[in-house]
Design a protein around this ligand. Sequence first.
Ligand code: FAD
Ligand code: DHB
Length: 388
Amino acid sequence: MRTQVAIIGAGPAGLLLSHLLHLNGIESVVLESRSRADIESTIRAGVLEQGSMDILDEAGIGERMRKQGALHHGFELAFGGGRHRIDLLELTGKAIAVYPQHEVIIDLVAARVAAGAQPLFETSEVALHDIDGARPAVSFMHQGEAGRIEADFVIGCDGYHGVSRPMIPQGVREEFQRVYPFGWFGILVESAPSSNELIYAQHERGFALVSTRSPTVQRLYFQCDPKDKVENWSDDRIWNELHARLEHKDGWKLNEGRIFQKGIIGMRSFVCAPMRHGCLFLAGDAAHIVPPTGAKGMNLAISDVKLLSRALSAFYRSGHQGLLERYSEEALKRVWRAEYFSWWMTRLLHTFADATPFERRMQQAELENLVASRAMRTALAENYVGAF
Ligand code: FAD
Ligand code: DHB
C-alpha cells in the first residue's frame, strides 16, 4: 500500500491533520491502536481556545461545537476566601469554548468516514522504517494480517507513550521534563452546573477546578497525590474535599449529584526537540506535554497540525520545502510559551507540600497582585485564550 502521508494516532492531532490534508487534496492513512468506540468515549480535555474553534470552523467541522459547546467570556479565580473574575472578552476581545475532546474526536472521525477515509482502528505492532532514508514506511498488524504502508512522510501523532518519538536518534533528540509532585482527581457529575463560568481555586488543602460538560453534567477536579487510588475516594470524601476547597462565606454552593466517572491524572511538563527527523514529523502530545492547569494540551495539538498541514500543502503544491524545514522551530516557539504559561498557572494555583512559609506568602501576594493589576490580568487572559 502507498500513500502520501502516513499518520500514527487518531487523537485530535492525527485526525485533524488527516482532515486538513484531505481538504488540500493530499491523501493520508491514519493508524490507531484503539477501537473507534474507545477513542470516542475517553474523557480528556475540555477547553478550546478561540483559535482552535476557528480552525475547526474553517475545516467545516465546527457545527456541533457551535451548537453544543458553551462559549465562555471569562473565568473566576478563587483564593483567600474571595472570588475574582477574569474578563477574557473585555481584556482580549476573545473567548473560549467548553467542548469536550471526545466530541471533537466524534466530529473528526465522522468527517473522515464521510470522505471515505476511515482510520485503521485496532492496529498493533506499529513500526516505522527508513525515516531518514529514501523509502519511509510503516508496518503494522490489522485484523490478523500484516500490513505495510509506504509514504512520503510519516507523522507521529501517537501521544506521549507512542512509538514515533523514540525513532528520533538519542544523539539528535533533546528532552526537557518536569514531573509535578501532585495529580488531578477528575469526576463527572450528574447535576446542573454550579457556576456559569469555570472556577480555578487556590486553597491550602490544594487546587480545585469547577468546569462543565453540558447543562446536566459538571466536570470537577481537585489536586491529589498522583500515587493515590480512585478506590480510596468515596463519594462522601470527594464532596467533603470539594466543599472545603471551593466554598467560602459568600454563600456560593457547589451542586452535588451522582458521580458517574472518577480518574486520576499525573502532571508533567515535557518537550522533545526537534519535532522533526528526516521524513518523520511529531505533533501534539507525542512531542510535548503540559500540566492541564492552563487548558493547553488539545489546543497545542491543534496548532501543531495547522502549521504542519500548511507546510505539507506548500510542499505538494509547489515542491517548496521551506515551511517543512521551519516546522520544528516554528511549532516549538509556541510550545515553549504554552509550557511557560501552564507551568506558571500550575505553580500559582497548587499547594506544594515542601513550600516554605515565605514561599506560601509569595504565592498569596502574586495572586493579590494579579487581580489588582489590569496589566497582569491582561497577560493572564491573553495566554489563556491563546491571543498571540
Ligand atoms: P492523543 O489524544 O494522546 O492521541 C494519540 C493517539 O495515538 C491515541 O488515540 C492513541 O491510542 C494512539 N496511539 C498511541 N500509540 C500508538 C501506536 N503505537 N500505534 C497506533 N496508535 C497509537 N488536557 C487538557 O488541556 N485538560 C485536561 O483535562 C486533560 N485531561 C487529560 C486526561 C488524560 C487521561 C490525558 C492522557 C490527557 C489529558 N489532557 C488534558 C491532554 C490532552 O487530552 C492532550 O493534550 C491531547 O489529547 C493531545 O492530542 P494528541 O492527538 O496529540 O494525542
Ligand atoms: C477542563 C480541563 C482543564 O485542564 C482546564 O484547565 C479547564 C477545564 C475541563 O476538562 O473542563
